[in-house]
Design a protein around this ligand. Structure first.
Ligand code: SAM
Ligand code: FES
Length: 360
């Protein structure tokens, strides 16, 4: 079956019937793959230009009450060296991000209940007071609607919470018994309803993931219409029950980035650190497959070395200014520039049809 007409159809209609979408998740010829990447790239460029948005990520605590089976900072990994950044250390990391011209900071942590809602709100409002033009993204897990509302009222703009998988059985395989697809999706709905720009997403190749699961994830995303989508390969961590599992495929991750770009043309789509860890050129390949965001780490180096979700994580020795220069050069080499704007989600009104544009 020739997949080029399906890629064209997806690019024009931003949707495909389930069975056709499934064909795009199977094998592709080199020509079909190149066409998929080029079409997704053209779509991303039509909406956001040849720009890559940087988000400075501050990993402020690796304490976590959860026990997700894939994750290196899961509560029962006794070998994880735990740390928490003080409010001053978090603000110092944000200052570093500002100095480097990153117009978004992402505050990420395990689910660490030692930071109260008031603490998080105070940190957000202090960032906004010091750097009013900087966007603040939170990625701190599942909370009540009331908590999310407090963070939003304090000035947080965006929230990342991967849905991980939309299949309840697969979800149960990856997570401890207290967690559920239902609550995860309730969180995502609440966040969107409150007014956040919201990111969902999943790992590619997580243990027991099937093609049907990926298909369900794509359909979930199409229906949910996230502003951001975090898609990266699963990478095993030696201190987890999945230590011996195989890593997710870089190639499938790239295909999915392109498919998601075509389904959701305006989505903000990171070429993730996990992709860069799985393949030394992973972030470049991700951008060339339609991604448009990179999230350099601006945490202090001692924290970077301890926030280890999977083995071999890149950029844990380098400080943020080194990564900034490195990324600038890497993006330039593939014909892209780093944008110093906030890189907010563009609404459909901002987006013009790109179906007529040459796929060069
Ligand atoms: N606690 C927050 C949450 O649950 O959203 C944020 C931190 S959590 C560690 C961030 C993301 O890392 C997860 O959503 C998961 O998809 C990803 N992750 C965790 N372990 C991973 C692994 N072994 N390989 C690839 N990605 C992983
Ligand atoms: Fe960190 Fe290249 S981006 S060393």
């Amino acid at each position: 079956m020739n997949l080029i007409p399906l890629i064209d159809k997806l690019s024009v209609e931003n949707n495909l019937p389930r069975e056709e979408l499934k064909l795009l998740l199977g094998n592709m010829t080199t020509e079909e793959e190149a066409y998929l990447f080029a079409t997704a790239r053209t779509t991303a460029q039509a909406v956001y230009g040849r720009n890559v948005f940087l988000r400075g990520i501050v990993e402020f605590s690796n304490y976590c009450r959860n026990d997700c089976r894939y994750c290196g900072i899961r509560a029962s990994n006794a070998n994880a060296e735990r740390y928490r950044l003080s409010i001053e250390q978090i603000l110092e990391s944000c200052r570093r991000a500002q100095e480097l011209g990153f117009m978004t900071v992402v505050l990420q942590s395990g689910e660490d209940l030692s930071y109260s809602d008031d603490d998080i709100s105070d940190i957000v409002s202090e960032i906004k007071r010091r750097w009013p033009t900087c966007a603040v993204t939170l990625s701190i897990g599942e909370k009540t609607r009331e908590s999310y509302q407090k963070y939003y009222d304090a000035g947080a703009d965006r929230y990342l919470l991967r849905h991980e998988t939309s299949n309840p059985l697969h979800y149960a395989y990856l997570h401890p018994s207290g967690m559920s697809v239902r609550n995860r999706q309730r969180c995502l709905e609440d966040l969107k309803d409150i007014g956040f720009q919201v990111g969902c997403g999943m790992m590619v190749g997580s243990p027991m993931q099937t093609t049907e699961n990926i298909l369900e994830d794509l359909l979930f995303m199409k229906d949910f219409q996230p502003h951001m989508a975090g898609i990266g390969p699963f990478i095993p961590h030696s201190g987890t029950p999945f230590a011996e599992e195989s890593p997710g495929s870089v190639q499938l991750t790239l295909h999915l980035l392109s498919i998601i770009r075509l389904m959701l043309p305006n989505v903000l789509l990171p070429a993730t650190t996990a992709l860069g860890t799985s393949d030394p050129m992973g972030r470049e390949k991700g951008i060339l497959a339609g991604a448009n965001v990179i999230m350099p780490n601006v945490s202090p180096v001692f924290a970077k070395k301890k926030y280890i979700l999977y083995d071999g994580k890149i950029c844990t020795d380098e400080d943020a200014s080194y990564c900034n220069r490195c990324l600038e050069m890497r993006m330039k080499r593939i014909g892209y520039s780093i944008s110093r704007s906030r890189g907010d989600y563009k609404t459909l009104d901002d987006f013009q049809s790109v179906s007529h544009i040459d796929k060069t």
